[in-house]
Design a protein around this ligand. Structure first.
Ligand code: ADP
Ligand code: MG
Length: 317
């Protein structure tokens, strides 16, 4: 199959449903009509074999991760996903692999109500680039640069499971049921679409945790020209991290990447209203610290003493 038949068979056939898409796959560019009062937010991420996934993963899982990681970036801006492009670099045209990959793309697109509107296929070492586009009411995007001294720092869920999965992939003493749970966390992270409305209403800043909590919170702090402290005992560490790596569990929660939970800040005067709306929706988030004027990150221990925290997370270079 040449690249054009591949596109027709595997990608053009994915149903498109979005009214904003005037036309998608098949021309030199796709055309979008942004609804009045909305802004289009654009974000791109590349997944490279051996860095973001292992070549032996199912193609379905690789596709799922590529879409979910990208959607998470939109969610961190409080934008609802709308559509995406897909640029593939493939070592060969293995049709079985492509069928499974396209199914992963198609399922994830349906799950997040997004149209695939274009892309590219080239020959080379396996890599997947996705560019997502999302919509937010004008002025209601949530950015990294809005945190203020006194704001409470929240995280949306348990941390460390994806990092544990990476470290424990080939450990024999991992229970099969736990292995499945951890691999699901790593391959099929859940972008927190359920928090978008509340972020728009309450968050002064937000980021998704892709590199690691301390590295990502540090991005908020630098963009907002502030610092922050975290309280060690309040960190929501994933229970399996405590089970398998108790001694390193705080480290993993602070510096492990790939969880795709959100870290965000809320003004102290709005925290009670936020928590009560969160509860009404059957959701929960964790208060983990506070923004301060003093730059840099600190961690506070149960006896009250504080230590500097060097931001740590995944870095490519
Ligand atoms: P061009 O040569 O003009 O860049 P291509 O031959 O690369 O166009 O692609 C033809 C059409 O198919 C374009 O509309 C492009 O967006 C779309 N396309 C190419 N690869 C993919 C893909 N992996 N998924 C979805 N659409 C694709
Ligand atoms: Mg062209």
């Amino acid at each position: 199959m040449n690249e054009f038949s591949l596109i027709d068979q595997y990608f053009k056939s994915i149903p498109s449903t979005r009214s904003e898409v005037v036309f998608g796959i098949g021309d030199d560019a796709a055309s979008l009509q942004v609804p009045k009062g909305m802004n289009l937010l654009v974000s791109t991420d590349t997944l490279v074999s051996e860095v973001h996934f292992l070549p032996q993963w199912n193609a379905y899982d690789i596709a799922s991760k590529a879409i979910r990681a990208n959607v998470s970036d939109l969610v961190a801006m409080a934008a609802l996903p709308c559509c995406f492009t897909l640029a593939l670099t493939l070592p060969n045209n293995d049709e079985q692999w492509l069928a499974s990959f396209a199914k992963g793309i198609s399922d994830a697109a349906a799950l997040y109500n997004m149209d695939l509107i274009g892309g590219d296929i080239t020959h080379g070492p396996l890599a997947i680039n996705v560019t997502v586009m999302g919509l937010a009411p004008t002025g209601q995007e949530v950015r990294r640069n809005g945190a203020q001294a006194g704001d409470i720092v929240f995280v949306s869920g348990a941390l460390g499971a994806a990092a544990l999965a990476v470290q424990f992939l080939d450990k024999k003493d991992l229970l099969q049921q736990h292995r499945n749970e951890l691999m699901a966390k790593l391959m099929h992270p859940t972008p927190r679409i359920d928090l978008i409305e509340l972020l728009r209403k309450y968050a002064t800043s937000a980021i998704d945790i892709s590199d690691g909590l301390s590295a990502d919170l540090n991005h908020i702090c630098r963009a907002s020209n502030v610092g922050a402290y975290l309280t060690k005992d309040s960190l929501p560490i994933h229970p399996l991290v405590v089970t398998y790596l108790k001694n390193k569990s705080v480290d993993l929660a602070i510096s492990g990447g790939d969880d795709y939970e959100l870290c965000f800040t809320v003004s102290p005067s709005k925290v009670d209203a936020f928590l009560s709306e969160l509860k009404d929706r059957g959701l929960g988030c964790y208060k983990i610290g506070q923004i301060e004027k003093a730059q840099g990150l600190r961690i506070q221990f149960s006896d009250g003493h504080c230590e500097d925290l060097v931001p740590q997370g995944y870095q490519h270079f």
